[in-house]
Design a protein around this ligand. Structure first.
Ligand SMILES: N[C@@H](CCC[C@H](N)C(=O)O)C(=O)O
Length: 276
């Protein structure tokens, strides 16, 4: 099995192309290969597959073996992969995802090298039951949630996959490992949740740290950055364009007023190719 190790701001993936469909043992493979001590090491295993409605289709399996509907950092890596490996010469590519349909991805290329990747991440889902949460409201803004005697308030956003955004005084030094896993499996979230801890620094800049469903603390989360800006606009904290600063670097997010779509721009990088 040939694979390529890639990352988007340190959120890393094992990319596999050339299969017709997801293997039946994809969950076990993801758990085994993503293991950082006994495997290759990654946050997720990503398959690039043929699509009937787009140029390519991607499926992403988290490191715990669960499948995610969408992944912002992985879709940028997939676009760079198909261009760099000559699977397409297009710089405007459509990629089908499980939870967010076909998405348009634009590459900025100079000297033959992909510099940045801009993705139309589609419209955010703000209906509480559709995110999904157990709350029948739209939108779900600053809803109380209690874990181990501490109360937080969250704003719920789906970008195809579910997110809860929580504002804290100091996201950079927040105890992710303590609160992230408890919030991920809280009964308010029937399909579990990705948790973003956010500190707003200005109308156009936020710090964010993420605890990902099925992967734990990652260095960056593209869909989480999109959810952060949507939540921050809903709360009146930021404008519709903002930089989200993550542990692995910055993502530039725009929630466009005209079409209601969220646009994410950021890098993608190849680390190495391997054979298993
Ligand atoms: N890192 C991702 C999101 C990956 C999926 C997530 N863990 C989930 O289960 O929804 C991103 O960059 O968006």
């Amino acid at each position: 099995m040939n694979f390529t190790k890639m990352h988007g701001l340190g959120n890393d993936f094992i990319i596999v192309a050339g299969e017709e469909s997801l293997p039946t043992n994809a969950a076990e493979l993801a758990e085994e290969l993503c293991n950082r001590f006994f495997g290759i090491g990654a946050d997720g295993l990503v398959y690039i597959l043929p699509s009937e409605i787009a140029d390519f289709r991607m499926r992403i399996i988290n490191s715990d073996g669960s499948e995610a509907e969408q992944c912002g950092n992985a879709i940028r890596c997939v676009a760079k992969y198909v261009y760099d490996k000559g699977l397409t010469d297009k710089q405007d590519i459509s990629i089908e995802t499980l939870g967010a349909g076909a998405q348009r991805v634009q590459l900025t290329v100079s000297d033959g090298k992909v510099q940045t990747v801009r993705v139309d991440m589609g419209a955010p889902i703000l209906n509480g039951l559709q995110v999904p949460t157990t709350i029948d409201a739209e939108p779900v803004i600053n809803h109380p949630i209690e874990v181990d005697g501490r109360e937080f308030q969250f704003t719920a956003v789906s970008m195809g996959n579910p997110h809860c955004v929580i504002y804290v005084d100091d996201a950079v030094n927040f105890d992710l490992a303590l609160w992230g896993p408890k919030l991920e499996v809280h009964p308010l979230f029937p399909r579990k949740i990705n948790v973003e801890f956010v500190t707003v620094r200005s109308r156009n800049f936020t710090d964010m740290r993420v605890w990902e469903r099925g992967a734990g603390p990652t260095l960056a989360c593209g869909t989480g950055a999109c959810a952060t800006v949507v939540a921050s606009v809903l709360n009146g904290y930021t404008d519709r364009t903002a930089t989200v600063s993550l542990k692995g670097g910055d993502l530039f997010i725009e929630w466009n007023e005209a079409d209601n779509h969220v646009y994410m721009t950021g890098p993608a990088a190849e680390v190495f190719n391997g054979k298993l």
